[in-house]
Design a protein around this ligand. Structure first.
Ligand SMILES: Nc1ncnc2c1ncn2[C@@H]1O[C@H](COP(=O)(O)OP(=O)(O)OP(=O)(O)O)[C@@H](O)[C@H]1O
Ligand SMILES: Cc1ncc(COP(=O)(O)O)c(N)n1
Length: 300
């Protein structure tokens, strides 16, 4: 046996997303996550946002041909083992990404259908029938779709925010996701939906549940709800972790079971970061240090 364990080449993961100047979500969270899991991160920037923990101050969506140029540059030369898609910003950009997915057929595509930031600010000008048609195209090209509950409601036209009971609220969201993955549904063709529980009430044990809903069945993964306001970027972080783990050969279930405890640590680490004072970011780095902060988590 060789004394040196041969290294596997890092998974090449392409993040198609917007830039968050505050560093908490979007491309910045994607690259931090891909790096944390040992992947090689690449980007196709769709939009530039001026953003911090208070909210989104400005959005500039890039022209669709600039997005296409980035996708083609990376795909043609470096190669892509997995794609993670976040903020797209406009209908032309959505179609540009769908065109490239159709032509390039990357092996694993994770689609986080980002619509609104956790601050409440809109991150897309896509609306109406044009947006519906563009989402339908993207859903049909994704292997894993990771909506939060408001996004799931928007994609399925269902009302999902009326149930206070955690089990019934989750069941309603899972039922909506089943419609997406049904043989005649928009995801169809063997794709999976991850219903994320971050917007649902915690259960009696104080836990949140995420459910993978696929054509072959469902898997629920439960984790403690972390009592923090520092959840900015959790969606981007989770999608990118799933993409890099799947690119390394894991199934969606194996990827979620590995990523979910890591996300709990990232959420727990966020309070000690002392970054900003409203919608604080999760923390992808080492947890063996603490910034001195006051009772509100501001840097002392
Ligand atoms: N307070 C929390 N404690 C533990 N896990 C959480 C918490 N909030 C969200 N999560 C987890 O974070 C992941 C993202 O879920 P969520 O439903 O918040 O998605 P999202 O709204 O797209 O995220 P974002 O906050 O980035 O917009 C899920 O795995 C969810 O269970
Ligand atoms: C560029 C960009 N992409 C995605 C999000 C969503 O993340 P969150 O819902 O945590 O604000 C964001 N705020 N900004």
């Amino acid at each position: 046996m060789s004394p040196v364990t041969p290294l596997r080449p890092p998974a090449r993961v392409l993040a198609v997303a917007g830039s968050d100047s505050g560093g908490g979500a979007g491309i910045q969270a994607d690259l931090a996550t891909i790096g944390a899991w040992g992947g090689y991160g690449m980007t196709a920037v769709t939009a530039v946002t001026a953003q911090n923990t208070q909210g989104v101050q400005a959005v500039h969506v890039l022209p669709a041909d600039v997005v296409t140029a980035q996708l083609e540059a990376v795909g043609a030369d470096i190669g892509v083992d997995a794609v993670t898609i976040g903020m797209l910003g406009s209908v032309p950009v959505m179609h540009a990404v769908a065109d490239w997915l159709e032509a390039a057929r990357p092996p694993r595509v994770v689609l986080d259908p980002v619509m609104v930031a956790s601050s409440g600010d809109r991150l897309t000008d896509a609306a109406g029938e044009d947006a519906e048609a563009a989402w339908a195209r993207l859903l049909s090209l994704a292997d894993l779709v990771t909506p939060n509950v408001p996004e799931l409601a928007a994609l399925t036209g269902r009302t999902l925010d009326e149930e206070d009971d955690p089990a019934r609220a989750l069941a309603a969201a899972v039922a909506a996701a089943r419609g997406l993955v049904a043989a005649d549904g928009p995801v169809g063709r063997g794709g999976t939906v991850l219903v994320k529980g971050g917007h649902l009430p915690a259960d009696a044990e104080g836990c949140l549940t995420d459910v993978l809903v696929g054509p072959q069945g469902e898997t629920a993964v439960t984790a403690p709800r972390v009592g923090t306001r520092a959840t900015h970027g959790t969606g981007c972080t989770l999608s990118s972790a799933l993409a890099v783990l799947a690119a390394g050969g894991r199934s969606w279930e194996e990827a979620l079971r590995a990523a979910r405890p890591w996300l709990t640590r990232a959420l727990r680490g966020a309070d000690g970061l002392g970054v900003g004072d409203r919608s604080r970011p999760t923390w992808h780095g080492p947890l063996d240090w603490r910034v001195p902060t006051d009772d509100d988590g501001r840097r002392a």
